[in-house]
Ligand binder design. Structure first.
Ligand SMILES: C[S@@+](CC[C@H](N)C(=O)[O-])C[C@H]1O[C@@H](n2cnc3c(N)ncnc32)[C@H](O)[C@@H]1O
Length: 328
């Protein structure tokens, strides 16, 4: 949602700004995005959220707000996982905060952090009117020191059902390192803007809006994902829509990997013998002690044998590794 170049946004004609908001979504068609808003999102938007959205629309930095479709998604997600204890980093006027507060039970809690209280106070009367302000513990100031303090205290480890990060993108990797300790096992961390207006896949010379290019978000994010993968000892793609190329690409970055689970990676996207071959070329293969191919229909005995051959070859060369392959 965020932009660091607000002046440019203020000077934009309204139509263009609307187009930009549309293109923040994965749907690269204004008409389709508008259709979704009008048929599915706005009719179900709770009155307080509508009010806050309209108030925020007059703010000079309105482009920072969470979009209505994202707010609805957050609200639904939180209800589905029965979230009770949550955290939000990056509040602005509070649209995603309100979506969260409305989804939580009466005794639910949100630790909300932002360096700017003034913007939070714009939305606060709406949040109060909606009767959910008691769920919010707002802290003004940078979030990182608060997280450090919580980790030092020790009592917050593994206590959060859901954490939403929508703040300074350069710190995402620093947040992630800390939040992994604070989120519950089975909990969720949501990061806004990870595709950064599609720039993550744009060629270096592609035309990009100034704030998209200037923030270097996409480079930082890629580095962050790589660092995070490099530390992993377990990786599971079970239930994810992976294919040969995407699976092998992930595995290539996981230098410390011990257990690899690509079982039941299905739903129309299949891993085949070619994927197993590509995986066998990754550096981490020499560390692996367990590979699960359970329930995969796109591979044959030949592909598995090829993979096993590589593993045996490593063993033959003196690498002491015990392999456990689950394969049906
Ligand atoms: C994109 S806006 C958040 C939008 C919000 N989620 C919503 O629904 O409207 C980003 C917010 O992050 C805040 N922010 C920036 N750096 C921060 C930091 N270090 N710690 C906490 N908040 C920060 C900004 O003040 C800004 O309000």
């Amino acid at each position: 949602m965020a932009t660091n170049n607000q002046t440019t946004e203020q000077q934009q004609p309204q139509a263009l700004r609307h187009q930009e908001v549309g293109h923040k979504s994965l749907l690269q068609s204004d008409a389709l995005y508008q259709y979704i808003l009008e048929t599915s999102v706005y009719p179900r938007e709770p009155q307080p959220m509508k009010e806050l959205r309209e108030i925020t629309a007059n703010h000079p930095w309105n482009l920072m707000t969470t979009s209505a479709d994202e707010g609805q998604f957050l609200n639904m997600l939180l209800k589905l996982i029965n979230a009770k204890n949550t955290m939000e980093i990056g509040v602005f006027t509070g649209y995603s905060l309100l979506a969260t507060a409305l989804a939580l039970p009466e005794d639910g809690k949100i630790l909300a952090m932002d360096i700017n209280r003034e913007n939070y106070e714009i939305g606060l009367p709406v949040i109060e009117k909606a009767g959910v302000a008691h769920k919010i513990d707002f802290r003004e100031g940078p979030a990182l020191p608060v997280l450090d303090q919580m980790l030092e205290d020790g009592k917050y480890h593994g206590t959060y059902d859901f954490i939403f990060v929508d703040a300074d993108k350069d710190n995402y990797i620093n947040y992630h390192k800390r939040l992994l300790d604070l989120v519950k096992i089975g909990g969720l961390i949501g990061y806004d803007n990870t595709l950064w207006n599609g720039s993550v896949v744009a060629p270096a010379d592609a035309p990009m809006r100034k704030y998209v290019r200037a923030s270097r978000v996409c480079r930082k994010w890629r580095e962050g994902v790589r660092q995070s993968l490099a530390r992993r000892e377990r990786l599971s793609f079970a239930g994810f829509k992976m294919d040969d190329e995407s699976t092998a690409r992930f595995v290539r970055y996981t230098y410390n990997l011990k257990d690899l689970d690509i079982s039941r990676s299905c739903w129309g996207c299949q891993i085949t013998d070619d994927g197993l071959y590509k995986i066998s070329l990754a550096k981490c293969v020499s560390n692996l002690t367990s590979i699960s191919l359970w329930g995969m229909t796109g591979i044959t005995d030949k592909g598995v044998l090829n993979l096993v051959r590589v593993l045996k070859f490593m063993e033959f060369n003196g690498v002491q590794t015990r392999y456990c392959i689950f394969y049906v």
